[in-house]
Write a protein of this length. Structure first.
Length: 260
């Protein structure tokens, strides 16, 4: 395990929660190329590993991530970033099939905020701050800050953040629908683990279907989305876990899910 910029652990009573901790403390977890490659390779590993049912992405108590590494980007020119598809490998996380929770304490700025938004659920510590300050650097968000944020908190709040570079508190982010719940900073990780354990106790296959269906809603018209949802709903009837879930309810016992 030769990870330079991440700490990977397994959490929960059943050790079935994969925890990825961003760990470049000297530069506030600036997301350099190497770090993102490491995140991608850990996600590849977690996706294949049947003992991992849910993943948490977090930073330190002070910072989730202060964005892409500005020192790494500083001297690049248009040809290099365009021909080299600069930062295109960032989208891996949005294609991850298992549930992934972002637990955000401190700054989630620029690429840091975008990374959190590529996760499925965002929990935040009460001192977290979200923002897309790229405009201050003379550039714009490049990994979803003008797209996922707009779809999440709407055009007008997104305009305020992206055009001014101002930050949004955890409390405002919760009101706006970006953050699900806010906790005291020291309780954040435990709360994320509790949620992850609940999700991890359910059918991994059916959880994946639910995630796929929700994500499809962002791409499809209502009718297409409803059709897609119905197909997946019908497909749950091809799983053992659906039979088991309903049988357990009727027999008044806890379900034992086995599909992988
Ligand atoms: C490289 C960074 C960095 C970053 C901080 N550091 N953010 N290095 N890239 N994004 C480094 C600083 O240079 C400094 O190094 C050390 O971390 C501590 O940072 P300070 O600024 O001294 O800390 P503080 O005063 O507490 O301010 C915290 C902060 C500020 C408000 C978060 O660091 C900040 O504004 N950072 C940049 C945020 C940003 O603009 N993010 C967007 C990046 S663009 P030294 O060596 O001096 O100690 C982006 C595009 C994404 O993300 C596109 C994706 C496709």
């Amino acid at each position: 395990n030769d990870l330079k910029h991440l700490i990977v652990e397994f959490k929960g009573d059943k050790s079935n929660i994969g925890l990825i901790r961003l760990n470049r403390p000297k530069v506030l977890n600036a997301l350099c190329d190497d770090l993102m490659n490491e995140v991608n390779s850990v996600l590849d590993r977690f996706e294949k590993d049947p003992s991992v049912n849910c993943v948490i992405l977090t930073g330190s108590d002070k910072v989730f991530a202060a964005g892409a590494d500005i020192k790494e980007m500083k001297n690049l020119d248009f040809k290099q970033v365009y021909k080299g598809s600069f930062l295109s490998h960032w989208s891996r996380i949005a294609k991850f099939k298992k549930p992934i929770i972002a637990a955000v304490n401190g700054f989630a700025l620029g690429g840091g905020c975008e990374l959190a938004m590529m996760c499925d659920i965002i929990y935040a510590g009460s001192k977290a701050q979200f923002g897309q300050p790229e405009i201050i650097l003379g550039t714009i968000p490049g990994a979803g800050g003008t797209q996922r944020l707009t779809k999440t908190i709407g055009k007008y709040k997104t305009m305020e953040l992206v055009l001014s570079g101002r930050r949004m508190s955890a409390q405002d982010a919760e009101k706006a629908g970006l953050v699900c719940k806010v906790f005291p900073p020291e309780e954040l990780l435990n709360e994320a683990i509790k949620l992850a354990e609940t999700i991890a106790s359910l059918s991994p296959m059916v959880v994946q279907m639910a995630k796929e269906s929700i994500n499809a809603s962002l791409e499809l018209s209502l009718n297409e989305g409803l059709h897609f949802e119905k197909l997946l709903f019908h497909q749950t009837f091809a799983t053992e876990d659906r039979k088991e879930g309903m049988a357990a309810f009727v027999e008044k016992r806890p379900p034992k899910f086995t599909d992988q």
